[in-house]
Design a protein around this ligand. Structure first.
Ligand code: ZN
Length: 374
């Protein structure tokens, strides 16, 4: 029986990518896009992810604030929609408030869903901030702009990389500002980043298949990933849940470490593999704008859709692509066909969801809404 999986893994030596596009290049790319390039600190954080998971690299990373040590990893509560097992940590309840002047400021109301985030998973942040015209949220030492919603709340979605060590204390801080940019106060909501245990995937692939995984292919793959995640559309175009792009059976879950032909366990699997017949239609998981439709060395024929608000979906190993960059697509639109281009052991869709360039478990998004109006 054909093993319908892929790797979307880094170079076979298992080492980090060596391609480092200059920040000037990234800025050039960003200048052509809808919004500004993420901060240097944000890109530096993404650099710490495996090549398979993110692929955004910078030449001059800026250190992030020091994180807390790893927390408890002792329990067995199931994570939603995934094979992963999530560790229990704290119950986030505490709130601390401070104003720019140090005086008491009206507290923001912060809603986190889920209240603590698993590694390789996303978290929706909503906040009502008295007196603020704009708001930002700090998560993992990175500031994300929140978007105002019609109901008067601000919204953002963030993701914890699979390589992120668990943190029993990982507060989420929301800062409101006036229209002129003056801070009106910061409110912290206690939270945690919890471990998710995922089994190792032992993949058997022929020499003909593994021949795709050359160091040069890894470098070129990372260069393309840097381009694909250099900028983001601002306004979210989707609400509620996302749709499964094709009905195929899951052959490899997101986030599983992978051993190829008995070799060492390499980088985490950056998406979910849905095995289906060659030529099966692949549908857009949510409304958005096509930002990439072209071959990649490892992921094969690939379509990327920007859904706004930092969220992109990727559809890989396609046998055919039916959209062009710039196309607006609705949820369910046929964007291509299942195939096995790139590094694949059989026909399947390698499906990815990224949040500000951080790969997260797509399956969770089928049952948990992370959008702004859900
Ligand atoms: Zn895959």
């Amino acid at each position: 029986m054909t093993d319908r999986r892929d790797t979307a893994q880094p170079a076979p030596d298992g080492g980090p990518p060596t391609a480092r596009p200059s920040r000037r290049r990234l800025l050039l790319l960003a200048s052509r896009a809808a919004i500004a390039l993420p901060s240097a600190a944000m890109l530096a954080a993404l650099t710490g992810c495996s090549s398979a998971d993110v692929g955004v690299v910078v030449s001059t990373p800026t250190p992030l604030p020091t994180a807390s040590p790893a927390g408890s990893t002792a329990s067995t509560a199931q994570s939603g929609g995934s094979t992963g097992v999530r560790a229990a940590t704290v119950t986030p309840t505490a709130t601390a408030v401070r104003s720019a002047s140090g005086a008491a400021a009206p507290a923001a109301t912060i809603e986190l869903r889920p209240p603590q985030v698993g590694v390789g998973e996303a978290m929706r942040v909503r906040a009502r901030v008295p007196g603020a015209a704009t708001a930002s949220v700090r998560f993992r030492g990175i500031d994300y702009q929140m978007l105002p919603q019609p109901d008067g709340w601000f919204w953002a979605v963030v993701g914890a990389p699979t390589e992120q060590p668990p943190q029993a204390n990982s507060p989420v801080a929301v800062t409101g500002r006036t229209a002129s940019g003056q801070p009106v106060g910061t409110t912290e909501q206690a939270s945690a980043i919890v471990a998710v245990t995922r089994p190792v995937d032992y993949l058997v692939a022929s020499e003909a298949v593994t021949a795709v995984l050359t160091p040069d292919a890894g470098v070129r793959e990372e260069t393309l990933r840097a381009q694909q995640f250099a900028a983001y559309d601002r306004s979210p175009l989707w609400t509620g849940l996302v749709q499964r792009p094709c009905p195929g059976e899951i052959t490899t879950h997101f986030g599983q470490g992978r051993s190829i032909n008995g070799g060492p366990v390499g980088a985490f699997h950056s998406g979910v593999d849905l095995a289906d017949d060659e030529g099966t239609p692949v549908h857009a998981a949510a409304p958005g704008r096509v930002v990439w439709a072209a071959p990649m060395p490892i992921r094969g024929n690939s379509v990327l859709i920007d859904h706004g608000g930092g969220v992109k979906t990727g559809y890989h190993h396609l046998s055919a692509m039916h959209v062009q960059p710039g196309d607006a697509v609705d949820a369910g639109k046929t964007i291509g066909l299942v195939g096995m281009t790139g590094f694949a052991t059989g026909p399947h869709l390698h499906w990815e969801i990224t949040v500000w360039g951080v790969n997260v478990d797509p399956i969770t998004w089928l049952t948990q809404p992370f959008g702004p109006e859900s």
